[in-house]
Every structure is written in C-alpha cells, then in structure tokens.
Design a protein around this ligand. Structure first.
Ligand code: IPM
Ligand code: MG
Length: 370
C-alpha cells in the first residue's frame, strides 16, 4: 500500500513529536512492505509567521489531496492578541471543517505499566479503557453569530451554541458503532437541564440508539460526568459528547490516565482523516527536546487503522508502546523520582526498535505457519 501523508508539524512541541511519529511510521512501512511518501506543510503560528494565514492554501491543498494528515499541535502565545481568524487555532478549526472531520475519537487508556503515574489510587485506575467520541464541527466552536462588540468598558461578547439534528445523529451513529465492538455501553454527556442544544442532543441520541439494540445507552449531565470520571473511570466505555464538553473531558481523562502526553486522536468522517495528539503545543517546554512523543506516535497508529485499515500495523505500534513502557522507559512527564528521563528522540528511537522487533516476530510467525 502507498501511504501518502501530509505532515503538519505546527507549533511548540508539534515538530518534535511529529518528527518521532514519522520515524515510527517509516519503520512500520519498511517492515510491512508499504511505500511511504510525505510532504510537510505549515499550519498555525508557524504558518502565520511565514504567510499571515494560519492555514495557507497550499497546506490545505496538500491535505485534501493526500490520504491522511498527521498534525503536531497549534498554538503560540505570541499570537494571543491577534483577531480570532488570525490565531493559530483558527487554522486547525478551518482544517477540521474543510476535511469534514466531524468525529473526533480520543481513546484514554491506562497502560498497565503506568498505573503509578495516575493521581488516582491503583484500584480505581487499573484497566481504564475509555473512548471519547467528540462532535468536532458544531457547537460553540463554529456557531454564528460570534463577536465582541461595543464601547470599552461596556463591550458584549457573543458565542452561539448551535446543533442541527443530522449532525447529532451522525456522531451518535459513530459512537454506537464503536460501542458494538467494545463493551457495548454509550454514555451520552450533555447539559440537558439547562441547554436547548443538549435537550435536542439527548432526544436525537435516544432515538438513534434504537438502531443499535445491543448497546446500552445512558445519559449524564456534564458536571456529574466529570466527577464520575475521577471517581469511577472504569465504568466508562464510549463517551459521546458535543464539541466543547469533549474538549474539556478529554484533557481531564489525560490527567486521569497519568499524562496528557499519552493521548492520541483521530478526526474522521470526511474523505481525509486528520490525526493529532491531544496535548497541544505546550509552549513552556517547546524546543527543549523533552516532550512525550507517545501521543503523536499513537496517533500515527490510529492513522494506519482508520485511514488505511492497516489493523496489524496499528496494533504493532500500540503493542510496541506498551512494551517500552513495561520495560520502564519514561519521558519527563511520566518519570517518577529517581527514574531516568528520556528525551523526545530517545523515546522515539526506543519505540522504533520495539516496532522492528515486533514486526520481525510477526513475519517469523507467518513463515512458520506457511
Ligand atoms: C484540542 C485543542 C483544540 C480544540 C484547540 C487547539 C483549538 O484544545 O484539540 O483539544 O479546542 O479543539
Ligand atoms: Mg483541547
């Protein structure tokens, strides 16, 4: 298979972590006999600095004409005072919309070796395996009107939360279909005691559930869901929610499993999938070579699974990450006192070696059985 990708390293630690993810992808491609082509393009603050556009036309064009996109992160405090459409984040939001990527899958898994990294007690965190399904093209992020208007001292800011029935239905279908292959539970998170959007959300999700009779649907308000997420995270299987709630809860889940640096995501539903770690640009540690590349590497695994249906290759990366963690390798965000802290590229190299070993084992097993 030909893996033709656009890489958008972006801002902050984005280039550092995507660099390692690309090495891992190259290794997997070599080991499993795929060809691998990539083009690197600018997005976010990196693009603003070069072109005054957070998503320049040639970046967008490259994304649309490739089979999948791997993105590092966007965000740079230097642009904080810029108008909304000229902020780094605007480039990412436009890209999501242009790609029609309405379904954002964010797995939060507790690796057995990392039980100690969670702030929660081991008996609460062991075995946690949650799939957040975040609606990505609606709600407050895209609703119109939006503005800040009026005289200084008397200004009014407006954002609009808007949800259209078909947009709720299609994301609900994604959540139910995923749940059918997992533990067959969907928790839909809303704020139906206050918001019209949430009342419509609940109604449509409940109706859609009828097409998935094997899946058990429950509902929770977002405030109590966020409490339950730290009190009993193991009860969660698939969590279905709107854009803003999903943004917040997925970061919280990163804290629950030990580090946001581990979380990967896939934004799918349109013709080209977009894959990115959940952690963001982390300007405080950018350029130091200490960021955790595992979120980006695990996003590359999701890319192989969802854009190319390369399940074996995806699993090879995921198992390799599990194996290096089990061997005690840690980046700074995961290391406890006295543990050696690997740099970003050292962690990348160790995963690359683990992938080579695991791919060899797969091919030897194949030869034996042939
Ligand atoms: C995320 C990020 C983005 C979001 C920002 C960078 C626009 O926080 O992917 O979670 O809010 O969706
Ligand atoms: Mg976020």
């Amino acid at each position: 298979m030909n893996l033709d990708l656009t890489i958008l390293p972006g801002d902050g630690i984005g280039p550092e972590v995507t660099g390692q993810a690309v090495r891992v992808l190259q290794t997997v491609a070599d080991a499993f006999g795929h060809s691998f082509q990539l083009q690197r393009k600018n997005i976010g603050g990196a693009a603003l600095a070069a072109s005054e556009d957070p998503l320049p036309p040639d970046s967008l064009q490259a994304c649309i004409s490739s089979s999948a996109v791997l993105l590092g992160a966007v965000g740079n405090p230097a642009f904080d005072h810029y108008p909304n459409h000229l902020r780094p984040e605007a480039g990412l939001l436009r890209l999501r919309r242009e790609l029609g990527a309405y379904a954002n899958l964010r797995p939060a898994i507790c690796f057995p070796a990392l039980v100690e990294c969670s702030p929660l007690r081991p008996e609460l965190i062991r075995g946690v395996d949650i799939m957040f399904v975040r609606e990505l093209l609606g709600g407050l992020y895209f609703g119109e009107p939006r503005s800040i208007e009026g005289e200084p001292g008397w200004r009014v800011a407006i954002n609009t939360m808007r949800y259209h029935e078909p947009a709720i239905e299609r994301i609900a279908c994604v959540a139910f279909a995923l749940a059918e292959k997992r533990r067959r539970k969907v928790l839909s998170v809303d704020k139906a005691n206050v918001l019209e959007c949430s009342r419509l959300w609940r109604e449509v999700v409940t109706r859609t559930a009828k097409d998935y009779p094997s899946v058990k649907l429950s509902h929770m308000y977002v405030d109590s869901a966020s409490m339950a997420l730290v009190q009993r995270p193991r009860d969660f299987d698939v969590v279905l929610t709107e854009n803003m709630f999903g943004d917040i809860l997925s970061d919280q889940a990163g804290g629950v499993v030990g580090s946001l640096g581990l979380l990967a995501s896939a934004s799918i539903g349109g013709p080209v999938g977009l894959y990115e770690p959940v952690h963001g640009s982390a300007p405080d540690i950018a350029g130091q070579g200490i960021a955790n590349p595992l979120g980006a590497i695990l996003s590359a695994a999701m890319l192989l699974r969802h854009s190319f249906q390369l399940e074996r290759e995806a699993a090879c990366i995921e198992n390799s990450v599990g194996a290096v963690l089990a061997q005690g390798y840690r980046t700074a965000d995961l290391a406890s006192a006295g543990q050696k802290k690997l740099t970003t590229s050292e962690m990348g190299s160790i995963v690359v070696e683990a992938v080579k070993k695991s791919a060899e084992a797969v091919s030897t097993a194949k030869e034996r059985s042939a």
